[in-house]
Design a protein around this ligand. Structure first.
Ligand SMILES: [Fe+2]
Ligand SMILES: [Fe+2]
Length: 180
């Protein structure tokens, strides 16, 4: 069994646990929105995150990377806190921070491709590209929800993500029209 570079093993462990945080967060998020089609779309995104977690675990198993107990606890708490907060802070902030988080997640999967390449492993490119593009679809979905909100320009300035700023370089035209 080939041993992965430490940075890559850590990134896989973190992604595995962070996918759980995201899935938990979307449970609260879906429950807190009123619009039925938004509820359905966010439930679909939650399902995507569980699928990502499963795929990441399979990769970890291939290389003997163990689940990190610390990340599992940390992201469990983070996910549950975000989930609960969705009920109390209105709809804009959960939508905004979900989009911003997804924007960064896109990079993580592309970073994994680079790190696998540096270890001479190219056979996971298709899967990791698929996961990264799916995160981009999630980003595009959340951005569409808040694009015209009056708070967006301010949040974009402070948190560096919004209608004109992304945390990744994947163009939204590179993902299919999102029909969640
Ligand atoms: Fe994900
Ligand atoms: Fe996502």
């Amino acid at each position: 069994m080939k041993k992965l570079p430490a940075e890559l093993a850590d990134l896989l462990q973190m992604a595995y646990s962070a996918e759980k945080a995201a899935a938990f967060a979307y449970q609260g998020h879906a429950a807190a929105v009123n619009d039925l089609s938004d509820k359905k779309a966010i439930k679909q995104i939650e399902d995507d995150e569980w699928y990502h977690r499963k795929e990441v675990l399979e990769l970890m198993n291939l290389y003997g990377v163990e689940i990190s107990a610390w990340y599992e606890i940390k992201y469990h708490v983070i996910g549950k806190v975000i989930s609960a907060s969705c009920y109390v802070i209105g709809w804009f902030m959960p939508m905004y921070f979900a989009g911003r988080l997804e924007s960064g997640n896109v990079n993580e999967y592309f970073r994994m491709i680079d790190l696998f390449h540096s270890a001479g492993i190219v056979q996971h490119d298709t899967l990791l590209t698929e996961l990264g593009i799916k995160e981009k679809e999630h980003e595009v979905f959340f951005l569409a929800k808040i694009r015209t909100h009056k708070w967006l320009p301010l949040f974009e300035k402070v948190f560096s993500w919004g209608a004109n700023k992304s945390l990744n370089t994947v163009k939204s035209t590179e993902v299919e029209a999102v029909d969640l």
